[in-house]
Ligand binder design. Sequence first.
Ligand code: SF4
Ligand code: MG
Length: 321
Amino acid sequence: AAPLLAVSELRVRFGATTVVDGVGYEVDGGQTLAVLGESGSGKSVTARAIMGLVRPPRGAVTAGSARLRGVDLLTLAEEERRRLRGTTIAMVFQDALSALNPVLSVGYQIAELFRAHQGLSRKEAARRAVEVLDLVRIPSAARRARDYPHQFSGGMRQRVGIGLAIALNPQVIIADEPTTALDVTVQAQIIRLLGELQREHGTALVLITHDMGVVADIADRVAVMYAGRVVEQGAAAEVYARPAHPYTEALLGAIPRPELRGRRLAVIPGAPPDPGRPEPGCRFRPRCGYAGDACGQQPPAREIGPGRLTACHEWERVTTP
Ligand code: SF4
Ligand code: MG
């Protein structure tokens, strides 16, 4: 069967610069796909493009598709897209403040979703909003529904943000580094909560993260991005046990134990290429310990196992112990 969400050959340009260059990934209902990579690798831009949030004049999606149950989100009219946001596909942002209105109570904001999308009465919508706050484990939800965003701690506000995203029971949730602003203990709680909700509701979760601990904990699949491309993709356990791309191997290199939470990805010597001036050949070459003559050519993504892709000429050497 076709995956619930399938992104294919996505290209995004900001001005003359191509920041997402042919990205593809897939996720099924009830599954979590972790999207890994350094800042600037195009993880967030890909997510925003899928959500229909990359728009001229700032940026443009120039190619590719993002099919949700076969419907290409990228070709929908803006009005239709707006209808789908929340009901079918929703996003959790790095800081919930960007998704919340500071002058309205959080209960009101969640209730508004039920009023706008399901036509519920004011009273019924308010009741459902409290249920949502309960679901995301806000203590004393009925009372807290009347509070404003600034009255919540960072962690509680992020729960509210998750509540906003899941209120209408979307099929896909994209969470863009939803715990970056939080301390390690709260991070773990939020990730666990997202994972639980995702399993209970059969939602597909695309989780953009820097945190390898998250991958070990809740991801079914992993897509590793570098310089605007997916360089490796596959089942999380396999990628973790036997990376097939030097970049993935390097990212995992400094993680001594997968059970360690809150670990950042390894810092790899060198810098990603300037997206404004792509050099020919593999983009990881200047930082790669495996580079050989073939690497002057862009490596194609090749399937090296079921659902397992790598874009590296030397992948066999990388997987050889
Ligand atoms: Fe390194 Fe070559 Fe593989 Fe690129 S294609 S990651 S330069 S070995
Ligand atoms: Mg980002």
